[in-house]
Design a protein around this ligand. Structure first.
Ligand SMILES: Nc1ncnc2c1ncn2[C@@H]1O[C@H](COP(=O)(O)OP(=O)(O)OP(=O)(O)O)[C@@H](O)[C@H]1O
Ligand SMILES: [Mg+2]
Length: 268
């Protein structure tokens, strides 16, 4: 289980991560002693029931949360947020509503130190082209559909050329057709980009279409399934092997829900 993906040369290395939240009942531990290695250019899909700690995990990796244990990105200990790691969220309101598409994408570039306006314009235009939104530079978020807003959020992330993109159910609120379209765009994008992606989804099909590896977490945040996705891209439900892969993942999720157990944990 997953040994192929766990190597010393991991691009992202999470070792013994534990996150504690304070609530009325006192301190509550999420992701206790969680370890995971991710290789460069892997597209890792993370599945698991609501509340098991998926968003918390991404937030820790992005540097937004205090935690114990270590997170190394490209060998460097991650201590605070930085433009090496970008997060894309599920909600359609992650863009600034008072800024145009161009400013939403361009301002973080300015913050990153790209002072030349023409260079920024070029980078914005390139990023918009990748998500098929060329020509929408002067639109405001309220003038865009949900799918278009998610595309802009992805373009914003891509423009910064991060090496690690953390995506938290980015397509969950889209209708099935738009979701399929944007998944195809994602496949084209990752084929061209030099980046590692962690992608949280509740959808097995989405994980099989997009991922190169899938990890399933138990209700208490332990890894109970960790396998390389060997299906050729683009993967569709009618290709050989799809049904078996889908069932394996469904069984892992079903077993987790039925037994609420971590006994089959594979660790990181
Ligand atoms: N700011 C917070 N303060 C206290 N507890 C929190 C906070 N954020 C998350 N939690 C708790 O941490 C646990 C994990 O939450 P998290 O959002 O990571 O789950 P998730 O796996 O992303 O769930 P979902 O699939 O519903 O998005 C939950 O029990 C949640 O109540
Ligand atoms: Mg979440």
């Amino acid at each position: 289980m997953g040994d192929e993906a766990v190597t010393e040369d991991a691009y992202l290395r999470i070792a013994h991560l534990t996150k504690e939240y304070d609530d009325e009942t006192g301190k509550r531990q999420i992701l206790k002693d969680f370890s995971l290695n991710v290789k460069k250019n892997e597209f890792l899909c993370i599945l698991g029931s609501s509340g098991c700690g998926k968003t918390t995990l991404l937030r820790c990796i992005a540097g937004f949360e205090n935690h114990t244990g270590e997170i190394y990105i490209n060998g460097k200990l991650k201590k605070s947020p930085g433009d090496d790691t970008i997060m894309v969220f599920q909600t359609f309101d992650q863009l600034f509503p008072w800024k145009t598409v161009e400013k939403n994408i361009g301002d973080p570039l300015k913050l990153k130190g790209i002072k030349d306006k023409e260079q920024r314009r070029q980078m914005i235009s390139e990023a918009l082209k990748k998500v098929r939104l060329s020509g929408y530079e002067n639109y405001y978020p309220h003038q865009l559909s949900g799918g278009m807003k998610q595309r802009v959020a992805i373009a914003k992330a891509l423009a910064l050329k991060p090496h690690l993109i953390l995506m938290d159910e980015p397509f969950a609120a889209l209708d099935a057709l738009t979701r399929r379209e944007i998944q195809n765009e994602m496949l084209d994008i990752v084929a061209q980009e030099d980046c590692t992606i962690l992608f949280v989804t509740h959808n097995i099909q989405e994980a099989l279409i997009l991922g190169t590896r899938s990890v399933i977490l138990s209700h208490s945040g332990k890894i109970i399934f960790d396998e390389i996705n060997h299906l050729p891209k683009p993967a569709t439900p009618n290709i050989p092997g799809w049904g078996e892969e889908w069932e394996k993942m469904r069984d892992a999720i079903y077993m987790r829900e039925e037994n609420k157990t971590d006994d089959i944990s594979a660790g990181g």
